[in-house]
Design a protein around this ligand. Structure first.
Ligand code: ANZ
Ligand code: ZN
Length: 896
């Protein structure tokens, strides 16, 4: 016997990480035809791996392992979303530069990822802040520009005074910066935009094809895009020409009592130059977020195009400049905000109903607006028409009205007044205006960092001073850099050919993509995922790429919590993965995160939970190591045939294989892991209770090791090596050395998964019944447990009941018409009555002989548990009262 070894996770994990790296098992060959592409959202390199990362990447890693064991070639890469503000801030604080800072962080995080044992193809690692990568962001900008999808326009922007940068709407929480919580100010700047609004329709419509995306994410995108179908209607204002308003309710046009313009509508601005009231309102009083809508009269009027009535024009703060046309028609009778506004200006504005539930019930709208559709009233020739029909007709018949679809989505502003990002490849020429830098001059490289207030690039003369690519005149470079969401909008394509310097991604992308499984946080439900979909569509339109959607299956993982709170640095409640890995090992951390909850759910990190997982891995370790230490004599044991217990264990092994496969397949993992743990427990009991059938026992061990290997690869690798190093037979040369390269186990041919499920349920329920009887009757020390299977004729009666049509009322009659049943007289009638009452919920059971077999095979576990005799009997061998009580699927039990 060899000396017994303890579970030394540190040694085991380091050893196998080194072996995998040396042999390059996780590499994906460039020749691969169509690998299964599994991707976790790449991290921002903060320098510290946190539990959320561990969870996210364990999900993809486990699934990648599983797919490989199913015979797939897998692509499972990793990279760094390496540009961004925090590095710039950290560099200033720590008196270094963003590049050095970021590269250090990456170095550390790469080591931390390795320590968790993730199987990445590190040859495909990408880092977005390298020239090699970001030049393709610039190339992308040029392609978008050629396609007319780049625009420069002034926009009132959210300015964070502390980060000194413009923020996208999505980066503003309430009215504070998402990163630093400072109050946002508004200012106007010339910005670069990618015209995502051109794709708004496509991006909404495409959502319905994404069947393997969570509905919640799809509906968040739908809301974000916010498509609204309506009309644009022109109102003529003397001296100002026609003003277009956007409305979703043109059917209410006879009820218009005012027109309202946004404070920064062109007409409002013009008025503000001469009208003191308007100027004061626009500059001081307007408050778009206020509870009460406020406005100011302009003195201008317009004419209702259908009724010919005169309508006053207001400037009002509840009209948003970027929605619709920045002007609306106010219908206080049918819109709540308009109603509130009109109520503030009671004397001037009329409130009249023009839509009613039906033609006679005209609603009273003095107190509240009537907002539903209905039938038109007080609406001239349209009176009596339904709202929907009236909308169609009015759009057609009003001169100056047309269909208008409005979106909440705005163009994607990509300009950032910051250093640590991709320089926007534009030169501003006094003659030619803004000119894009030609492809052959890319990349426009980031100069060395200097620490100044504001945008560092403005201060670097050598960077700014240049010549115009078109006319050669002295010109200045654009100093804005790109939003980092540009970097992440296409990185999944770069993994296909991470080193190519001729193109961003090669044509293999058509075969390798879409990503088969994409896993990440739900916080990216809108921005990242929407931008990636947009860019993919544009590439596809340009003929650069075959697919219109980048991610086939999306999984958004839940949070890791500690004592009910999200684990986060800002609240200080973090458990560091490094600490857990030191103390318990990466396998423990991985198994704990995976077995506690389905990936989509939040789960609580608990130290006791972690310890119990570690104890389980220790048990598995010891079980295998002890077994492997016995030499030689197992061959003798093999000679005997499998007995009932061995048979039971063999079937359980098979059942575990099947459930685990289904569970991995559906990415729920928990069931696979629970069943694998139960199998290990069963094998422990098996060994303690009897002298196991060696081949069955060994198969059990190797199946357990295989099924757990996607989640705890290090320990499983070690145990696999142990299991295969014993015995005298030389190892087969073709067999893979690593467990992670072996094939997923198969159940034995005689295993019938469906029928075995029934047997399993029968055994479990019977065991539970026994336990309850013992509890309820308060039997201290049961000596004798008798389990009796129902007689054949009851099974037959059940069969008849199931065959009888669900709607059939006389089930008893059908059953009692059968000769074999009828001979059992009153007992048969009682049972038939029972079947009639349960008719709708009856389900098939095993045959009496199968029930007998299943219960006999499993009886040793009950025997072991209660230390009592357990006798399983066929009905004909049992006492009559037990025979009468027994039902198919529900054996009779007597305990003494
Ligand atoms: C007349 C009308 C009558 C409207 C009615 C609604 C109900 P919702 O309400 O979310 O579907 N609107 C148009 N442009 C606007 C702007 N720039 N800022 C703020 N509101 C604006 O959005 C559509 C409605 O919002 C439009 O339909 C318009 O008011 C208002 F009984 O026109 B409606
Ligand atoms: Zn020029």
């Amino acid at each position: 016997m060899q000396a017994f070894r303890e579970y030394d996770h540190r040694r085991i994990e380091q050893k196998w990480q080194a072996e995998w790296a040396d042999t390059g098992v996780y590499r994906t060959s460039d020749d691969a035809e169509d690998p299964t592409y599994i991707l976790g959202m790449f991290p921002y390199p903060s320098g510290e791996l946190h539990m959320g990362h561990v969870r996210n990447y364990t999900i993809t890693d486990a699934y990648a392992h599983y797919r490989r064991m199913q015979g797939d070639t897998v692509l499972h890469p990793m990279g760094w979303d390496a540009f961004g503000l925090p590095a710039e801030n950290a560099a200033i604080e720590n008196d270094t530069d963003p590049h050095t800072w970021t590269m250090d962080c990456i170095e550390r995080m790469r080591e931390q990822l390795r320590a968790v044992g993730f199987g990445y193809d590190w040859d495909r690692e990408i880092t977005t802040c390298t020239r090699k990568y970001y030049r393709w962001n610039q190339w992308l900008f040029n392609r978008f520009d050629e396609a007319g999808l780049v625009e420069r326009k002034a926009r009132a922007v959210n300015w964070c005074p502390s980060c000194e940068t413009v923020l996208a709407d999505e980066q503003v929480d309430g009215d504070a910066c998402w990163r630093c919580d400072s109050l946002i100010e508004e200012c106007e700047l010339d910005q670069w935009f990618l015209k995502i609004t051109d794709y708004a329709d496509e991006l909404v419509d495409g959502l319905s094809d994404l069947e393997e995306w969570p509905e919640s994410v799809r509906s968040m995108q739908r809301d974000w895009i916010g498509r609204q179908e309506g009309a644009s209607v022109n109102f003529e204002i003397e001296g100002y020409g026609s003003v277009a308003v956007f409305t979703t309710r043109i059917d209410t046009i006879y009820g218009v009592s005012f027109i309202a313009l946004a404070p920064d509508h062109e007409i409002s601005r013009t008025l503000a130059e001469t009208d003191e009231d308007v100027r004061r309102f626009v500059e001081q009083e307007a408050d778009p977020e206020g509870d009460t809508p406020k406005g100011v009269e302009t003195g201008l009027t317009t004419t209702n195009p259908v009724s010919g009535g005169t309508v006053p024009v207001y400037v009002a703060d509840f009209v948003l400049s970027h929605v619709g046309t920045g002007a609306l028609m106010g219908v206080p009778g049918h819109d709540e905000r308009d109603h509130a506004f009109a109520s503030e200006n009671e004397n001037e504005l009329s409130i009249i109903p023009v839509v009613a539930p039906d033609e006679v019930d005209i609603p009273d709208v003095t107190e509240d607006a009537y907002t539903a559709d209905g039938v038109l009233v007080h609406s001239g020739e349209y009176t009596g028409m339904e709202s929907a029909m009236a909308r169609e007709r009015l759009i057609e018949e009003i001169e100056g009205a047309s269909e208008h679809v409005q979106y909440r989505l705005r163009d994607w502003g990509i300009s950032r007044q910051r250093y640590w990002g991709t320089p926007i490849p534009v030169v501003h020429c006094p003659e030619c205006g803004p000119v894009t830098v030609p492809d052959e001059d890319l990349p426009v490289e980031l100069p060395e960092f200097i620490s100044v207030r504001g945008n560092p690039l403005d201060a670097v003369e050598e960077f700014v001073e240049t010549t115009c690519p078109e006319c050669g005149a002295h010109a200045r470079r654009e100093t804005d850099t790109m939003d980092t969401f540009v970097d992440s909008s296409w990185y999944f394509l770069r993994f296909v050919s991470p080193d190519s310097s001729d193109y961003p991604f090669d044509s293999k992308a058509d075969d390798w993509l879409p990503v088969d499984l994409y896993v990440g946080g739900v916080e990216h439900a809108v921005m990242h995922l929407l931008y990636a979909r947009f860019v993919t569509r544009v590439f596809s339109e340009m003929g650069l790429f075959d697919h219109r959607e980048p991610f086939a299956h999306l999984l958004t993982q839940g949070m890791v919590r500690l004592e009910g709170e999200k684990m986060s640095k800002s609240t200080g409640n973090v458990v560091s993965p490094q600490h857990v890995i030191e103390e318990y090992g990466a396998d423990t951390a991985r198994l704990f995160t995976m077995q506690t909850a389905r990936p989509e759910r939040d789960f609580d990190w608990t130290e006791t939970g972690v310890r119990s997982i570690h104890a389980f891995l220790e048990r598995l370790h010891d079980l295998v190591i002890e077994y492997a230490a016995i030499d030689g004599d197992r061959d003798d044991e093999c000679c005997h045939d499998r007995g009932t217990i061995d048979e039971y264990v063999a079937r359980e092994i098979d059942a575990t294989i099947v459930t685990a496969r289904d569970s991995y397949e559906s990415l729920s993992f928990v069931d696979a892991l629970r069943e694998s743990r139960e199998l290990v427990d069963l094998l422990c009991q098996y060994r303690e209770y009897t002298s196991p059938h060696a081949l069955t026992f060994e198969r059990g061990l190797s199946v357990a090791v295989k099924l757990l290997s996607p989640v705890t690869p290090h320990l499983c690798e070690e145990l696999w090596a142990e299991l295969n190093s014993k015995g005298d037979e030389p190892k087969n040369e073709d067999e893979p050395t690593f467990v992670i390269e072996t094939a997923w186990p198969e159940p034995e041919p005689e295993h019938d998964a469906e029928r075995y499920e029934l047997a399993r349920r029968l055994v479990e329920e019977t065991r539970e019944d026994v336990r309850q009887i013992i509890d309820v009757a308060g039997i201290d020390d049961p000596e004798h447990i008798e389990i009796v299977v129902a007689p054949e004729w009851k099974h037959h009666a059940l069969e008849i009941a199931i065959e009888t049509d669900r709607e059939h009322t006389n089930v008893i009659g059908e059953i009692m018409a059968d000769d074999t049943v009828r001979t059992h007289g009153e007992t048969a009638a009682d049972y038939a009555t029972h079947l009639q009452s349960e008719h709708r919920s009856l389900s098939r059971t095993l045959s009496p002989e199968r029930e007998f077999e299943a219960l006999s095979r499993a009886s040793w576990l009950t025997r072991r548990k209660f230390d009592a005799d357990v006798l399983v009997l066929r009905a004909e061998d049992a006492d009559e009262d037990l025979e009468q009580e027994a039902r198919p699927g529900r054996p009779a039990i007597r305990i003494e």
